[in-house]
Design a protein around this ligand. Structure first.
Ligand SMILES: Cc1cc2nc3c(=O)[nH]c(=O)nc-3n(C[C@H](O)[C@H](O)[C@H](O)COP(=O)(O)OP(=O)(O)OC[C@H]3O[C@@H](n4cnc5c(N)ncnc54)[C@H](O)[C@@H]3O)c2cc1C
Ligand code: SF4
Length: 326
């Protein structure tokens, strides 16, 4: 492992000042970054530990809930306000990693975790995300875990987070601090598609710090569901996941929020399928039609064609659970 400096500032201002130095990285729970450093995939010169910052609280916001970037995944999943207001988020978090990891992993770190593409982790292999211009090992390689939406000829990786899929469906906002002040970004705009610059996972600028996410109130708590399909029953990343939330009145769908994981470089919001559900009865037939709409732009690679069937099936199953007809 490359030698690095380590600092643990006590104030946000001091963190932002420390981040100015090129080659500096934030460390929160360390559950992804330390692995990447051991594999020499990421080799920061300096780590800024943000754990002294007061960013762990989960508090009511003007309309909704404010979750600090250092709130632990387990703390959020078990929080009574989260369970009552946004059960979808609690389910998604509990579907991720293991109890031990959820006790270390933070909300900010979870959003920022890097892809699990095996070529990204193997420094002997070409990877445009790790080493821009070196090529993509997965394109002609073993691409079973890879994306079916929004890919480019430079990268076909998926974002691995479960939590992020729920936050995309719940219309969350990311709150970001920088040396010029604070800015807010819709969660669905936070992560990027790979395009020609797959080395960038998201729109956080260098020197910025995520301080919180906020989730607005909604009418979806009664009818939401997170379904994750994976190779093992636990401790495995999603092959496909679906976060679904419905507002059902007298059997008719008044509103829908849908997102999928394991399918794209970012949590994949299904807005066309959401529109297709509005005004329809909450029945299997409506869900099947929405799933067809959801899959319109999907494209498979050599080893992941099974996702073209698994993705709509997962979405339909999640919708059935949310509507109470499973
Ligand atoms: C074996 C294993 C299985 C896993 N399974 C799953 C799974 O099934 N589902 C799932 O979703 N995840 C899974 N994970 C990933 C886990 O959720 C992440 O490692 C964790 O969420 C990262 O959080 P952290 O606080 O430890 O981040 P760190 O490792 O500390 O940081 C990760 C990245 O985020 C940046 N960062 C951290 N906080 C901030 C901030 N506030 N502002 C800006 N940048 C920041 C860091 O600079 C770094 O680049 C798994 C991990 C492991 C090791
Ligand atoms: S899919 Fe992306 S992360 Fe994986 S090898 Fe290709 S460029 Fe690298």
């Amino acid at each position: 492992m490359k030698q690095f400096q380590y600092v643990r500032p006590a104030t946000q201002q001091a963190v932002l000042t420390a981040l100015v130095q090129p080659g500096t990285k934030i460390i929160a729970g360390g559950s992804n970054l330390v692995d990447l450093m051991k594999h020499r995939v990421m080799e920061p010169d300096k780590l800024v530990d943000i754990n002294k910052l007061p960013l762990r609280a989960i508090t009511p916001a003007k309309s909704g809930l404010h979750i600090g970037a250092l709130a632990l995944n387990s703390q959020v999943a078990d929080n009574q306000q989260v369970i009552t207001m946004f059960p979808l988020l609690s389910q998604a978090l509990n579907a991720g990693a293991s109890a031990q990891l959820r006790n270390m992993a933070t909300v900010g770190g979870n959003m920022m975790q890097r892809t699990r593409c095996t070529y990204f982790y193997d420094v002997a292999m070409p990877c445009n995300k790790r080493n821009p211009g070196s090529g993509c090992g997965a394109l002609a390689g073993f691409n079973r875990m890879h994306a079916i939406f929004g890919t480019s000829d430079k990268c076909i990786a998926v974002h691995p987070s479960d939590m992020a899929v729920a936050l995309a469906a719940l219309d969350a906002t990311v709150i970001i601090a920088g040396r010029k002040g604070e800015r807010r970004l819709p969660f669905t705009d936070f992560h990027r598609l790979p395009g020609n610059t797959p080395q960038f996972d998201n729109h956080l600028a260098s020197g910025e710090l995520i301080t919180a996410v906020e989730i607005p109130n909604n009418n979806f708590a009664k009818h939401s569901y997170y379904l994750k399909v994976r190779d093992r029953a636990s401790y495995a990343f999603a092959l496909i996941s679906a976060a679904v939330a419905l507002d059902i009145d007298n059997g008719t769908i008044k509103g829908a929020r849908l997102a999928m994981g394991g399918v794209a470089h970012k949590p994949w919001r299904l807005t066309a399928a959401e529109k297709a559900l509005v005004g329809k009865p909450a029945t299997l037939a409506s869900f099947e039609q929405a799933a067809q709409v959801a899959m319109q732009d999907a494209k498979a690679y050599k080893h992941n064609a099974f996702k073209l069937k698994l993705a709509p099936a997962t979405l339909i199953e999640a919708l059935k659970h949310a509507a109470g007809i499973a």
